[in-house]
Design a protein around this ligand. Structure first.
Ligand SMILES: [Zn+2]
Length: 415
């Protein structure tokens, strides 16, 4: 096909991103859009309206995943999918997720304007609740679509006010059977997610685009350490069972396991440390840690978890404290599809955009779509790598380059 020239459409896209950002539970420019809130429903209505205007047929599944389809000349073929999410954590910005949804729509509109007729359908997807804010679990919609979260487990999820997911989705108008959300492998021919990098690499290296080769996935452990409290002055060091001192050893053991994994892609963090009773003159009797270990290689990540379990056993034996470690979740990392990567690379070259191949250290809906379809992600830079903040920013030029390459890629894959 001829070169799409999307530059003229970037003003429209930026305007739509800004309009979407004003549909917020917080005062603009702060974006807060929690799943199934009034703002979320208004935002969905706005985007669905744009999709209908563009001539796409829209339908929703029982959890609110939204599909906007551009019919192909061979409508029975599996569609090429693209899309992302429009929910936003409290105090967020306007690009995370939304660039992939409205940018995907813009890519479709550009192709339509150019008179392109896809052989396969092209389907824009808006995933429900990528952010874990309300139900404590990320990528709710794509997780169920990929069959990673069962309907019965989903039914049991509650928000902090005790309202069930089932109640809330029905109130929001999504009433079908949750069993129907999972899609069969092969539903999508290929799936591509356009997203801001949420890291500084592309901007620092002055590159237009990142072609994502693998998506890292977190494993999360909750560790409880039961020691023995007592008076910080009266109790001598010899007989102590200080839960926080034990926790300190575990934190360092985890850091060292991640550092010695043999790859830069292994990262481990203890982001939560609750100390009981938390008084300066009292020996900590109980500590709760929450750990997050990520990698693009599941086996390497799991070796770090094993090292942490071994440290728990060792510290428990030496210090006489009781340690329990519960695996909260361990999602499998995903490798991206070489055919999509090559197509995106050709598109970058044809469009005159600079690029590099890179991994995604954050996880995205594509991680779960990868269970049912070959996926890849296309990253655009974001200023200083800042994300999940109101000052998150991607320039119109960066977004335009992403839309341009996405449009070319969708055209190629749907031909
Ligand atoms: Zn996102």
């Amino acid at each position: 096909m001829d070169s799409p020239r999307p530059t003229h459409s970037i003003d429209r896209l930026v305007e739509e991103l800004e309009t979407l950002a004003r549909i917020s539970e917080a005062e603009p420019p702060v974006v807060t859009r929690i799943v199934f809130s009034e703002a979320d429903l208004r935002a969905r209505a706005y985007v669905k309206g744009l999709c209908s205007e563009a001539g796409l047929s829209v339908h929703e599944d029982a959890i609110g995943n939204t599909f906007a389809r551009w019919q192909g000349t061979e409508p029975d073929l599996a569609p090429v999918g693209t899309g992302s999410h429009i929910d936003a954590i409290p105090n967020a910005g306007l690009y995370d997720g939304c660039v992939g949804v409205l940018g995907g729509l813009e890519a479709i509109r550009v192709l339509k304007q150019l008179g392109f007729a896809p052989r396969r359908p092209i389907e824009l997807v808006i995933f429900t609740a990528e952010e874990p804010t309300r139900f404590g679990i990320g990528c709710l919609g794509s997780r169920m679509m990929g069959g990673v979260l069962s309907p019965s487990k989903a039914m049991a999820l509650r928000d902090k006010d005790g309202r069930t997911l089932d109640q809330l989705r029905q109130q929001a108008g999504f009433t079908g059977s949750l069993e129907s959300v999972q899609l069969r492998p092969g539903h999508f021919h290929r799936f591509i997610e356009l997203h801001i990098e949420q890291g500084p690499i592309l901007e620092q290296e002055g590159l237009d685009l990142g072609l994502v080769t693998a998506i890292a996935a977190p494993a999360s452990l909750r560790i409880q350490i039961e020691g023995e409290g007592g008076h910080a002055g009266a109790k001598l060091m010899a007989g102590r069972k200080d839960a926080l001192a034990a926790a300190a050893e575990l934190i360092l053991a985890l850091e060292s396991a991640a550092k010695s994994s043999g790859a830069d892609d292994t990262v481990a963090t203890v982001g939560v440390c609750e100390v009981f009773p938390g008084a300066v003159n009292s020996i900590p009797s109980r500590v709760r840690l929450e750990t997050d270990v990520r990698d693009i290689d599941a086996a390497r990540r799991d070796r770090v978890l094993t090292a942490l379990h071994e440290a728990c056993a060792d510290v428990s034996a030496r210090r006489g404290v009781v340690i329990t470690a519960d695996l909260v979740n361990a999602d499998p990392p995903a490798s991206c599809d070489p055919a999509i990567l090559d197509t995106m690379e050709d598109a970058c070259i044809a469009a005159g955009k600079s690029f590099k191949r890179m991994v995604s250290r954050a996880y995205h809906d594509s991680l779960f779509v990868a269970r049912i379809a070959p996926v890849a992600m296309l990253f655009i830079p974001c200023r200083s790598g800042v994300s999940h903040r109101p000052d998150e920013y991607a320039s119109p030029g960066w977004i335009g380059a992403g839309v341009h390459v996405l449009a070319r890629t969708l055209a190629k894959l749907s031909s």
